[in-house]
Structures are given as C-alpha cells and as structure tokens.
Design a protein around this ligand. Structure first.
Ligand code: SF4
Length: 178
C-alpha cells in the first residue's frame, strides 16, 4: 500500500510552528525547563489528525528496518501498553520520530491561549508564576494561539482526508501499520 503524502500546506504549517517555537525558546529561555530528557508530555497515549499520523508513516517508510522492528516491539510490549506512554518515547526519554512528530508535540513548552482553556502552560515552566504573572511577563506574540493553529490544521487535514474513509482522529501508533 502506498503512503499518503500530506499536502504541502502541512509542511508549511510545521515550519511556522517550529519557527515560533525557536523564537520563544530564545526569548523566554529563563522561564522554560523544556530540555532533552524531559519526557513528561510524552507519558500518555496520544491521538492526532490523520495528516499528522501519515506524516509519521511517510517518515517511517524511509526508516531503517531495525528502527521499525524496535518500535513495533515497543508497541506490543505489555509494560508499555499498561503504562500508556507514547510508543515513540524511547528508554532514554527521547522521541524516536522527532523529525516527524505531530504539531501538538511541537507546541510543548510555550504558554498557550485558547477560548476554552484561557492562558495555560506546563507547571514545570514559568516556575512560581500564576497565569496573571505569565500574561504580564510574556508578550502576546510569544503565546501560542491554539485556536488559530487548530483551525489551520483542521483545514489541512480535511484536504488530506478528502475522498478517503479516514476517521477524524487516529492513535499515533497507527503510523506503524503500513
Ligand atoms: S510523538 Fe514523540 S514528542 Fe510526541 S508524544 Fe510521542 S514521543 Fe513525545
């Protein structure tokens, strides 16, 4: 079966989010504790839009057989399943599909704002600060607009799913199924 290639708009959105994240990391470094080895965000099973799952599947289609074998063994490991951690989180606390990780994973770290959540942020970042203090300390363009990002992703995903029977959401581990 051939792998569905995400539309170019998906890669463009990923690049924009990565650029935002790089700018935030540079500007807000003293507030952030995100670093290699911190895997708190990855210790849960995650779903994503099919376009994101297919981006992982496409990347995996060019991965080594050894990596695929490792990932499938981890997926089938009863301990991993019971723990409900993400199947791509390796024992060293790193993401095995980091280059192709979904947008949600690329937004870990910065404060986010949405209509339903208001201003929210990881409790390991912005230590000792409440939402009002973060709002005062961080410029508006340093806070991720989650509603806008979601709207853009929904449109790109709809384009990707057009004419298919793909569901609205998929478990990330489905990318391991060819
Ligand atoms: S895909 Fe990677 S970054 Fe995202 S939750 Fe899984 S291990 Fe973490």
């Amino acid at each position: 079966m051939s792998v569905r290639t995400p539309p170019p708009a998906y890669a463009e959105l990923v690049a924009r989010v990565d650029a935002f994240d790089a700018r935030v990391q540079a500007a807000q470094g003293p507030y952030l504790r995100c670093a290699e080895g911190c895997d708190t965000c990855c210790r849960q099973r995650r779903t994503a839009f099919p376009v994101e799952v297919d981006a992982i599947r496409l990347w995996l289609s060019q991965a080594t057989p050894a990596l695929l074998e490792t990932l499938r063994a981890r997926r089938d490991d009863p301990e991993v399943r019971a723990d409900r951690r993400c199947v791509y989180l390796n024992p060293e606390g790193r993401c095995d599909v980091y280059v192709a990780r979904p947008l949600l994973c690329r937004t870990h770290g910065p404060a986010i704002r949405s209509a339903s959540l208001g201003l929210s942020f990881c409790g390991l970042n912005f230590e000792g600060m409440d939402a009002a203090a973060v709002d005062a300390a961080v410029p508006a363009d340093g806070i991720l607009n989650l509603d806008l990002l979601t709207r853009m992703l929904v449109l790109i995903d709809a384009q990707h799913r057009a004419g298919t029977s793909l569901p609205a959401r998929q478990d990330l581990e489905e990318a391991l199924t060819p």
